[in-house]
Design a protein around this ligand. Structure first.
Ligand SMILES: [Zn+2]
Length: 205
C-alpha cells in the first residue's frame, strides 16, 4: 500500500512575506483575491489584553496592536508573520477587520504577486509630521497620519477662520476616505477629537 504523503510538496499558503519596495517586509498575494475574501489573519499568534486594563490601554497606543470590537487589544507575536506586516498605502487594496481575532480582507481585486496593502488610519495630536510616507499611489498624501491640533479642538464648531479651515480640511479628508472605502476612520477622528476636547476642558478646569 502506498504511504500517504505527510507533507505537501509545495506551500499552499495564499500569501508570502518578503521585502517590500514600500518599506521593510510586506505581505504579497500568491493567488488572486476578490473583494470580501479573507487574505490573511492579522496575527496568527497573538496575545489578548482585556480593554480597560492599564496594560491594554498602553498597548492600544502603540502602532502594532489592534483594538478588537470584542473588547480586547490584540498584540501580535512578531515572531510569527501575519497581516500585521501589511504596509500602508494611500490607496489600499485590502482592509483590516477588527472583529474576532482580526483579519485582513480584500477590498479591490488583488493579483498574484501584488503587495497587499491596508490603510492605517492613524490620528495624531499636535504632531502633523509624525508619520511621513511614500507609497506607489499616484495620490500619495506624503503622511500616514491625520493630525488634530489644540486649535482644531477649540474651534472645530465655531465660526472663526480656524473653525472654517478645520472643517474644510476634515471634509476633504472625509471625501478621500469615502473614495478609498475607509469611512471607518471618520469615527476614529470623531472619537479622538472628543478626547482632545475633554483633555483641553480638563486642563482649563
Ligand atoms: Zn502614500
Amino acid at each position: 500500500m502506498p504511504k500517504a504523503r505527510s507533507q505537501p510538496r509545495f506551500s499552499l499558503a495564499p500569501v508570502l512575506f518578503k521585502d517590500s519596495a514600500i518599506e521593510g517586509r510586506g505581505v504579497f498575494a500568491r493567488r488572486r483575491f476578490e473583494p470580501g475574501d479573507v487574505v490573511v489573519p492579522y496575527a496568527p499568534a497573538q496575545r489578548r489584553l482585556e480593554l480597560g486594563s492599564a496594560e491594554a490601554d498602553a498597548a492600544a497606543e502603540t502602532k502594532l496592536t489592534l483594538v478588537s470590537e470584542s473588547a480586547w487589544v490584540i498584540v501580535p507575536d512578531t515572531s510569527v508573520p501575519g497581516g500585521w506586516l501589511c504596509n500602508h498605502s494611500c490607496r489600499p487594496n485590502a482592509a483590516i477587520y477588527s472583529d474576532g481575532e482580526g483579519q485582513i480582507r480584500c477590498l479591490r481585486p488583488i493579483h498574484p504577486g501584488e503587495e497587499v496593502t491596508i490603510f492605517y488610519g492613524w490620528v495624531t495630536f499636535n504632531d502633523p509630521e509624525r508619520d511621513p510616507w511614500r507609497c506607489a499611489s499616484p495620490r500619495c498624501r506624503g503622511y500616514i497620519n491625520f493630525d488634530l491640533t489644540d486649535d482644531d479642538a477649540r474651534h472645530c464648531e465655531d465660526d472663526t477662520a480656524l473653525g472654517h479651515a478645520f472643517r474644510a480640511r476634515f471634509q476633504d479628508y472625509a471625501d478621500y476616505l469615502v473614495d478609498i472605502q475607509q469611512e471607518q476612520v471618520l469615527d476614529v477622528i470623531a472619537s479622538r477629537l472628543g478626547q482632545l476636547r475633554a483633555q483641553l476642558a480638563a486642563s482649563r478646569a
